[in-house]
Design a protein around this ligand. Sequence first.
Ligand code: E4P
Length: 230
Amino acid sequence: MRLFIDTGSVAEVEEIARWGVLAGATTNPSLLAKEDGDPADIIRRICELVDGPVSAEVVAKDAKGMVAEGRALRTLHEHVCVKVPFSAEGLAATRELTDDGHPVNMTLVFSPNQALLTAEAGATYVSCFMGRLDDISVDSTQVVSEIVDVLRQSDTETEVLAASIRHPLHVVTAAALGCEVATLPGKVLKQMLEHPLTTSGIAQFEKDWESRPEFGEWLAGLVATTNAPA
Ligand code: E4P
């Protein structure tokens, strides 16, 4: 499963892109509204940093407006993927955009029926929101599992993108269910780093190594020789 970052913060993408694990990013109007600065600059910079698809969302209510906004967003950077909210108008816009060769991430999908329609409209990604389902006491694992199953049985290349991820367990669930992508807030990506045995293991290695200062000198010498300018 590929990992995208779900954010409108350039600083957050700068920090986490360094890890070398991000395959793309998603933004949405709420995430961008929290940020200072020009949205065009933010989207372009995130595109450069992740070097993969970056979803930028349309806000028009009718298909014509969504298509016009989608085409405009696509001029910002070649990595932009047009994010379209699910609706009848959104489906019509998705069909038109994908027929013109623009990738679409259909968002706010909460059921297998919506996912089937999304796939038929030709979307590249169907964004299934886990956290928001759990918030209303609907089991997101069950819904995402059904979405993956129905799309696998259809003749579609639409990828299932697990969204609205609130904690590391959602990430593992999405991967186990066969989602192709998950988009995660920076906070969850950082939580995924943590394990108490990793922390204590590193501390123990450090302590044992320091008990042999001559080993430290040996390694420093090796590093200097290896990295000396030719
Ligand atoms: C998806 O692309 C959305 O930006 C996002 O995952 C929404 O998450 P939320 O439900 O935590 O707002």
